[in-house]
Ligand binder design. Structure first.
Ligand SMILES: [Zn+2]
Length: 148
């Protein structure tokens, strides 16, 4: 993914998709990485997509991150593959479930009171739970996507 779709990267991870993004990457590095790992290049840069090394690339039309998310999900037919909060939004690591007792001291009082299931990122140790973040994301996704 390139810089024009940076916020989209976080949303895609939030929806559970393995997404690489770093705003420091130069175009050459980005293209090489896509080739090596056979990843789909998502960009708003047509010049980048026209490079002959790019095997799988998609041009993103939408400007806003939430519209971009819907566009990608539709474009690639990902509706059935959404797994909310299975991946860290910041570092892309798959989240691991963690017992509430182990992280109790890190929770805000209301979170501690109302939630019992938590996950932690093995990379940055951020904690995720099915709270307000999840509701916010459900509104962004097509209806039915990611529902249990
Ligand atoms: Zn993380």
């Amino acid at each position: 993914m390139d810089v024009n779709v940076g916020k989209l990267a976080r949303l895609l991870r939030m929806a559970g998709f393995d997404t690489l993004y770093d705003r420091c990457w130069k175009d050459d590095k980005l293209v090489a990485l896509c080739c090596r790992e056979r990843r789909i290049l998502l960009t708003r840069d047509l010049g980048l997509l026209q490079r002959k090394q790019v095997e799988f690339g998609r041009y993103i039309r939408a400007l806003g991150p939430s519209e971009q998310l819907l566009e990608v999900i539709g474009l690639l037919g990902l509706e059935r593959h959404v797994v909310p909060f299975s991946r860290c939004m910041v570092c892309n690591c798959p989240l691991q479930p963690i017992a509430k007792e182990k992280i109790n001291h890190r929770l805000q009082p209301l979170t501690r009171k109302y939630y019992n299931s938590f996950s932690r990122c093995p990379g940055c140790r951020r904690i995720y739970w099915p709270g307000s973040h999840l509701d916010g994301m459900r509104q962004l996704l097509p209806s039915g996507a990611g529902a249990e």
